[in-house]
Design a binder for this molecule. Structure first.
Ligand code: HSE
Length: 406
């Protein structure tokens, strides 16, 4: 019997207990030994819950109990979760987490600590909810030089953008729905401003590079400036708008960024809608592969945590290798990145200014029945060159420019 403890009995923590209970027979068989939730750490009591008698409020009870070999950290944040994780790993107890903030901020340190104490720090649930993506990058694709990892990594924003695109839904109403469904972060700014996707691409691009990609240095733009009219232009061009998180190897530097992008119908991420996430991975031998599934929500995320618990149970006293050095990866400055851009201007004045600023290489996009504004697609430019030219439009610009991912 392997005893485990769950830290934090919120959406994901209670999901972990539910997955272990509902799939008991299969989980125990795959773990090689029966698993038992011995403790649940939370500030609250749950007198009506069937597991209410396992609730403790003092972490030291779990830490001191030598029977407890595996902890599920589903608390979130980088305060107590960090302290408890350090203490558990230092005591030789493995930790499985869904906490992307903590993994992005302290991943290499916690992986090293686990290695030093012959246990494991696993974080499959920290990226892509229930989609297996950490394990493929860490074990399955070990023969590959990974060149690119591009993902739709935030379920809440993908849900919002899909509803705006397909149903013309109102932004605030859809955000509320995502919160009610348990997809959104406590502070939804973490979703809509791109911070959650930023943490996740920091984790994936660190695994791609084998070195630490500091999430604080990743260029991040959210979806709050996107207007319903942008979707009209996207439709007119046969495109869609998605919040993409990119990690790419570019010679000796790594590009990592989060931003809304116009993507065309041929792009593999074009059909990823609603709360679904997907991660597109390009390796130098395999070529392209894609991982798709539910990126948020109680049971999908809990399923990924429990898969890590099973992995830890199979490797008690052994270290599962993870290649994520504390050494910093060199990031490519955003200014130097090249791509096409889409922007909107007022009809008349804006058309003249656009031609003055960008010359003749622009492709015009007009919406049927709209004569007050129009859009343009630029040729490939660096971010810096585009920004300098775009600034010259001044008040003639409408809305916010969008990046294009060909
Ligand atoms: N708020 C996150 C999302 C939850 O919407 O994807 C899963 O990490």
């Amino acid at each position: 019997m392997i005893k485990i403890a769950v830290l934090g009995y919120g959406t994901v923590g209670s999901g972990v207990v539910e997955v272990i209970e509902k799939n008991k027979e299969m989980v125990n068989k795959k773990a090689g030994e029966p698993l038992e939730v011995k403790y649940i750490l939370d500030l609250r009591d749950f007198p009506e819950d069937p597991y209410g008698d396992r609730v403790v409020h003092d972490f030291s009870v779990i830490l001191k109990d030598e029977e407890v070999k595996i902890l599920c950290e589903t608390m979130g944040g980088v305060g107590a979760a960090y302290e408890f994780t350090r203490q558990a790993l230092s005591a030789g107890k493995s930790v499985c987490t869904s906490n992307k903030e903590l993994v992005a901020a302290h991943g290499p340190e916690l992986i090293r600590l686990a290695k030093e104490h012959c246990c494991n720090y696993l974080f499959e649930a920290s990226v892509g909810g229930g989609i297996p993506i950490i394990r493929p990058l860490n074990y399955s694709l070990t023969a590959e030089c990974i060149q690119e990892v591009t993902g739709i990594l935030n379920g809440t924003t993908n849900y919002i953008l899909s509803k705006m695109e397909h149903e013309g839904a109102d932004y605030a109403a859809v955000l509320k729905e995502a919160q009610e469904k348990g997809y959104a972060e406590r502070d939804p700014a973490a979703d809509v401003e791109g911070h959650d996707a930023c943490r996740k691409i920091a984790i994936l691009s660190s695994l791609m590079a084998g070195r630490n990609v500091d999430y604080r240095k990743i260029y991040t733009e959210g979806i709050t400036a996107i207007e319903p009219r942008d979707f009209d232009y996207a439709k007119q061009m046969g495109m869609s708008i998605k919040l993409l998180a990119l990690g790419r190897e570019t010679g000796d530097k790594t590009l990592a960024m989060v931003s809304p992008f116009l993507i065309d119908a041929q792009h593999p991420l074009h059909m990823v809608n609603g709360v679904f996430n997907a991660v597109f991975v390009r390796g130098n031998m395999l070529g392209d592969s894609m991982y798709y599934g539910r990126g948020a929500g109680k049971l999908p995320t809990a399923s990924a945590v429990v898969s890590d618990v099973i992995d830890c149970a199979r490797h008690i006293g052994k270290v599962i290798m993870c290649f994520w050095d504390a050494q910093e990866a060199q990031l490519l400055p955003i200014d130097q990145v090249e791509r096409r851009f889409f922007f909107r201007v007022k009809a008349g004045e804006g058309e003249e200014k656009a031609k003055e600023a960008f010359g003749e290489g622009l492709e015009e996009v007009r919406l049927p029945g709209v004569d007050t504004e129009l859009g343009y697609v630029t040729p490939v430019l660096t971010e810096k060159d585009f920004a300098q030219r775009y600034e010259k439009l001044g008040q003639a610009a409408v809305g916010k420019r969008l990046r294009m991912e060909a």
